[in-house]
Design a protein around this ligand. Structure first.
Ligand SMILES: Nc1nc2c(ncn2[C@@H]2O[C@H](COP(=O)(O)OP(=O)(O)OP(=O)(O)O)[C@@H](O)[C@H]2O)c(=O)[nH]1
Ligand SMILES: [Zn+2]
Length: 396
């Protein structure tokens, strides 16, 4: 059935607003990764500038102060503020939270301002001197749509440590765009940052597909889906010829460079990837979505940081949280959108993860059955698998 699809798929034009938003945000993310300040405009007319903690030189605070005339503050995730003991954990985690991009932020400040060293220590667990917080440190929850919320969300989206320095600009004449132009920095809207994940999904387009015979699954085609921001493609690996009017056997596999490509034994991803392809081929047809959300959505660099923390004795959930992330930052909107564009509305989902079942259903795909997808431990991943069962609810 899928083979009947034209190889050059009809391009449904995205709503122009979506593409403009994702491009603006994506440009801002690239600037942030380079260590540049980005101008942020809030819906209530505020203008400020943001710079990531991770990619900035030591004079960033002074530079931001000069640029804006305002007092720089540090924005971290609520999760990081909880880990630092600055606020109570009173908010549910991402499990069951269907508001992508709304992870809370907390503003940190100290009398006389935070030094670059203090900022680094507050944001980065590897630089945290045990138990020593800057004297007089205050922590205040940030409103959604604020500079702080946008700052943290941009750092997360850029796959950096989820922390950023921001300052409200004082005495800006004219518009935010005018000011950004005068100081030669990119401008982004706080609301657009907040909505980015949803917008970007709406711009996913099938850009290429080809026959790729796989060992043990020779009748296979790979379809590539690209978002309008030029970000990484998600892939659909379609084995056999699944009928769109039937529930399709499906596996949602999140990218794992270490497990999938290198055969790392820290996790079970390599076995699950090859095992899914073999099982789909055995059952005759199905689809494996290879989703570009490495490290449960925190990116490869942060996953390596999480591994360092795990090597100190913390489990995979704690390690994410110490870095300031939720245990699982993945979203399944792109997966649902790809299934829809391939013509599927119902799945038999190969997973042990109850959250995947919930999320996919919430994104409008009917999950008619859960197909367990379990592989034996390998001598290195026992603790990892145990944590998934005990703390993430995996059904082993
Ligand atoms: N942050 C983090 N990510 C990890 C770690 N180990 C593996 N991963 C990532 O976890 C993801 C594994 O995803 P899946 O196999 O799809 O997921 P799952 O949640 O175990 O669910 P099922 O396999 O479907 O039961 C990949 O993106 C890996 O890169 C870790 O210790 N920390
Ligand atoms: Zn893995």
């Amino acid at each position: 059935m899928l083979a009947d699809l034209p190889s050059e798929p009809a391009q449904t034009p995205a709503q122009p607003i979506d593409e403009a938003v994702v491009r603006a945000v994506d440009r801002a993310l690239a600037a942030l990764r380079r260590g540049e300040e980005v101008v942020v405009a809030t819906a209530d007319g505020g203008v400020g500038a943001v710079v990531s903690v991770e990619s900035v030189p030591n004079d960033a605070v002074a530079r931001l102060k000069r640029l804006t005339g305002g007092e720089p503050m540090l924005a971290v995730t609520r999760r990081r503020a909880v880990v630092l003991g600055l606020i109570q954990d009173d908010r549910p985690g991402t499990a069951g939270d269907d508001r992508p991009g709304t992870a809370g932020a907390v503003m940190l400040a100290a009398p006389g301002g935070l030094t670059p060293e203090q900022i680094r220590a507050l944001a980065d667990p590897e630089h945290y001197p045990e138990g020593r917080l800057p004297p007089g440190l205050t922590a205040a929850p940030a409103e959604p749509g604020s500079f702080a919320a946008a700052a943290v969300e941009m750092a997360r989206l850029a796959r950096l440590l989820p922390a950023a320095i921001f300052a409200r600009a004082a005495g800006v004449q004219g518009t935010a765009a005018g000011w950004a132009g005068r100081i030669d920095r990119l401008l982004v809207g706080a609301r657009d940052v907040n909505d980015y994940r949803v917008h970007v999904v709406r711009t996913l387009r099938r850009v290429a597909d080809a026959r790729v015979p796989l060992s043990g699954a020779e009748n296979t085609r790979i379809y590539a889906f690209r978002p309008a921001d030029g970000g990484p493609e998600h892939l659909a690996i379609v084995i056999g010829e699944p009928a769109p009017d039937q529930p399709v056997l499906a596996r949602l596999h999140s990218e794992c460079f270490t497990g999938d490509l290198l055969g790392s034994l820290r996790c079970d991803c390599g076995d699950q990837l090859r095992g899914a392809i073999a099982e789909i081929a055995r059952q005759g047809s199905g689809v494996l979505l290879y989703l570009a959300q490495e490290g449960r959505g925190i990116g490869l660099v942060n996953k390596l940081r999480a591994y360092r923390i795990q090597d100190l004795g913390f489990d995979t959930v704690d390690a994410n949280e110490i870095l300031g992330f939720e245990a699982d930052e993945r979203v399944y909107l792109p997966a649902a959108e790809m299934l829809r564009q391939l013509g599927f509305s119902a799945v038999r989902l190969m997973t042990n993860n109850p959250e995947k079942l919930r999320q996919l259903a919430r994104c409008g795909i009917e999950v008619v059955e859960r197909v367990p997808h379990i592989f034996p431990a390998n001598g290195h991943n026992e603790a990892y698998l145990r944590t998934k069962a005990e703390r993430s609810g995996h059904m082993f």
